[in-house]
Design a binder for this molecule. Structure first.
Ligand code: ATP
Length: 312
């Protein structure tokens, strides 16, 4: 069931077009990774979807009802913290929970559960303004989750989180989706979306320019294998058939006499294995191999090039 549905959103700020026909549908239980460079329109979309701003055109439906009437049904954790710095984390959570309609026992139970799940127990009674950046971010995310809203908009919630709390956060997000929430999750980091088993929506210039499963969107995108050698790269190192050889099989020299050869291929690990198998005696000079699967940035660049080509 579609829980969040944005259609034809337009929004201008003076001469700046922030949203230019933004469409996005997220179903209950789905985690959608909303990616896009700075200024793509993600925050403007989130403000409209949470009922805070009105679009110039288009609409957002939350569970079939207009976003402006859906107060409390959208949990939004923006990038900049919006906690009262002099109030404690617990007081902030009480306040935000109260605004979302939670009362007494249920409010206390939700605060307890989130404090445990997000590692906030030790800081509950400290002023929010005195917490570290990562702790503030977590407290901010907790306020968005308090009343278990059916739609969650989370803007880079793991920024500044240490590895353990990062895992806790991802676990909470997965649990909320498993309970049926539709989650829109902004990040610049693909492995996180793999951990969340998220689908992807790529925003650029105020529109969603690609939407689908990770497999569908990343299929065919090249990754990189970087082979590092002591001394010059082996002469025999030429790209195998099927690999991109048009300038993407490059050599770079480092200050310590190390050279790296970058092989760009759709399946970089396989390409590296083929290259390694053919090295012969030069294998003795191999210092290391790094495999880089395609990143969100690679996807973004690929789509932006495609858009530019189709516009030309
Ligand atoms: N209140 C505003 N007044 C003027 N311009 C704005 C306002 N809000 C957003 N914009 C502009 O609209 C465009 C989209 O901004 P938005 O914040 O939605 O992007 P974003 O994708 O969230 O970026 P980021 O990744 O940096 O958070 C940008 O060019 C931004 O400068």
């Amino acid at each position: 069931m579609t829980m969040l549905e944005a259609t034809g959103l337009r929004k201008r700020f003076g001469a700046v077009t922030a949203l230019d026909g933004f469409d996005l549908a997220v179903t209950a239980g789905e985690i959608c990774g909303l990616i896009g460079h700075n200024g793509a329109g993600k925050t403007t979309f989130a403000r409209i979807a949470s009922g805070l701003d009105r679009p110039d055109a288009g609409r957002v439906l939350i569970g079939g009802a207009d976003a402006r009437t859906a107060r409390g049904r959208v949990g939004w954790a923006p990038q900049e913290t919006a906690l009262y710095p002099t109030a404690t984390v617990r007081e902030n959570m009480r306040l935000f929970g109260g605004l979302a309609g939670l009362r007494r026992r249920r409010l206390r139970a939700e605060i307890d559960e989130l404090a445990d799940a997000l590692g906030l127990r030790e800081v509950l009674d400290r002023p929010a303004g005195r917490l570290s950046g990562g702790q503030q971010r977590r407290a901010q995310t907790a306020t968005a989750l308090l009343n278990r809203p059916p739609v969650l908009l989370l803007d880079e919630p793991t920024v500044g989180a240490d590895p353990d709390t990062r895992l806790d956060l991802l676990a909470v997000v997965r649990a909320r989706a498993a309970e049926g929430a539709a989650v829109c999750y902004t990040t610049h980091y693909l492995p996180e979306l793999v951990e969340l088993d998220a689908t992807l929506a790529v925003a650029a210039a105020g529109r969603v320019i690609a939407r689908g499963s990770r497999a569908a969107l990343l299929a065919g995108l090249p990754g990189r294998a970087v082979l590092r050698f002591d001394g010059p790269p082996p002469a025999a190192l030429t790209p195998a058939p099927g690999e991109h050889s048009d300038g993407e099989h490059s050599d770079g020299e480092h200050s310590d006499g190390e050279h790296s050869v970058v092989v760009t291929a759709e399946r970089p690990a396989e390409a590296a294995a083929r290259v390694l198998a053919g090295l012969g005696p030069d294998a003795a000079r191999l210092r290391g191999v790094d495999i880089a699967e395609p990143t969100l940035d690679d996807l973004y660049r690929h789509l932006a090039t495609r858009e530019a080509r189709s516009a030309a």
